[in-house]
Design a protein around this ligand. Structure first.
Ligand code: ZN
Length: 471
């Protein structure tokens, strides 16, 4: 009974863990490495295990850094089930296709350059067709239901409150008369955020594998976040320009619509034009609406009294490119939500071109901006940027709100681990080294447990509850 760490070790993307129990192999997540180009290159390397030998995959949630290598797994011969929450299946259908499309586009551009240099063509990591093919392997499992997925292996999903369908995985493994309960936190959500429920607490475990994204910091509570958000929108509306909100399609776009909805009369927003200018966000919103029964109590109440928080009277969903381009005619009073969240691609770049040089306009960041992205450049105060080779001054006012994050902060992580009885063995993953070591120290101070921080390809003996040394 072993755990092998094949991803999200001392980094935040590429989640992938392999469990061996008797002669069976279970993969938990199979995510893409995302971020700097040098890191993303690793996605092209061979998988660190034999895909054909995997019996079953458990997918915690739809984010690409957890699901994005599933099409590669299938291309390499995996033919078992991918077990995930029904909402995760619906979101993966959108997100994997989108990633396939981006892969194809990226290689197309690269190959044009290579052709001019007389070099041979490159193949995309996977295509839209590969992504579509992946969907037939999915098998739904709702929350709170114990299922025997293999002989001597049972699992149960609990709501992780991170994105729609996100799951904590409880896993019971038996081998040679010994049973161990292993709990994967998956990505844990925040407490007190609207729409989704808070992450579920778990009582018992022998070994816990916990994410640590914000292991070294706390995040502003929702109450303050929504206040800050409405103040910025109010200020922006009074300056008679447009407001651009770059947002991730899944989760964040829905939270922004919700935030506008609850402030609709107060701001007021009656005389604005609100655009959700992202086909993917529009699709994701449909999935959120379909699975409304997963919402928290307050959001369900809100729907009962006021209707869907995604149906603002003056909201336009712009699917076609022509509709999107027509927004450029509007010089004031438009609130435009568009991707990509870090301004690295997508329609937001067109809106930046038409608005960034105008001092009446406002740009509001509501998500993390990675080093080296256009979003980060703008937050860092660049006075000019380049778009399609054209130099543009930055005159619009730039705002950034951190309180929308979908990851548990240090306080929540400590609270979540603290709910386990008898301090189980703890493995910290999915975090930068500074977040991991700060959290490791905090946990030691609070619970006198010394968490293990694995490196890539490290293994752990789940029966002895200790790392397996290399020699
Ligand atoms: Zn995630």
């Amino acid at each position: 009974m072993k755990l092998h760490c094949f991803g999200a070790t001392q980094e935040v993307t590429g989640s992938c863990f392999l469990i061996e129990n008797q002669n069976k192999k279970i993969l938990v997540d199979c995510g893409l490495i995302q971020g700097r180009a040098i890191d993303e290159k690793r996605n092209y390397e061979a998988l660190p295990f034999v895909a054909k030998e995997i019996d079953v995959v458990i997918l915690t949630h739809a984010h690409i850094d957890h699901s994005g290598r599933l099409p590669i797994l299938i291309k390499n011969g995996f033919s078992g089930k991918i077990i995930s929450h029904p909402a995760t299946i619906d979101l993966c259908d959108i997100m994997l296709r989108d990633t396939g499309f981006l892969n194809e586009k990226e290689v197309e551009t690269l190959n044009r350059k290579r052709e001019r240099k007389g070099l041979d063509y490159r193949e995309p990591l996977y295509t839209v067709k590969d992504a579509i093919n992946t969907m037939q392997f999915f098998s739904p499992l709702p929350y709170d239901k114990i299922e025997e997925i293999l002989p001597n292996v049972k699992i149960r999903f609990l709501d992780a409150g991170h994105i729609l369908g996100s799951a904590i995985v409880e896993m019971w493994l038996s081998e040679g008369g010994v049973t161990r309960k292993v709990v994967f936190s998956g990505d844990l959500g925040r407490q007190g955020l609207p729409i989704l429920k808070d992450p579920t607490f778990v009582k018992n475990a022998d070994v816990v594998i916990m994410e640590s994204t914000y292991g070294d910091r706390n995040i502003q509570p929702w109450k303050e976040t929504i206040k800050e958000f409405s103040q910025i929108i109010e200020e922006a509306l009074s300056s008679k320009g447009n407001i651009l909100i770059p947002a991730f399609a899944v989760g964040r776009s829905q939270e922004i619509l919700y935030s506008l909805f609850v402030n609709y009369d107060k701001l007021p927003l009656q005389n604005t034009y609100i655009f959700l200018d992202s086909p993917m966000a529009i699709e994701a919103t449909k999935v959120y609406t379909k699975h409304w029964q997963l919402y928290d109590k307050a959001t369900k109440e809100l729907i009962k009294t006021s209707g869907s928080p995604y149906q603002l009277p003056n909201l336009r969903l712009t699917v076609d490119t022509e509709q999107s381009m027509a927004i450029n005619q509007i010089k004031q009073g438009a609130i435009i939500i568009a991707g990509s969240g870090m301004c690295e691609g997508g329609r937001i770049r067109h809106h930046l071109k038409h608005n960034i040089w105008r001092k009446q306009c406002h740009l509001l960041f509501v998500g993390y901006q990675a080093q080296g992205t256009l979003g980060r450049t703008l937050i860092d105060g660049a006075s000019e940027i380049r778009l399609w080779g054209e130099r543009m001054r930055v005159a619009a006012k730039i705002h950034s709100i951190n309180g929308f994050s979908a990851h548990a902060d240090q306080e929540t992580l400590l609270k979540w681990y603290g709910h386990f009885e008898s301090s189980p063995a703890l493995i910290l993953v999915h975090g930068e080294i500074s977040a991991l070591s700060t959290l490791q120290n905090e946990i030691y101070q609070k619970f006198t447990v010394h968490p293990w921080i694995p490196k890539y390809k490290d293994s752990y003996d789940l029966i002895k509850k200790q790392p397996i040394s290399e020699d």
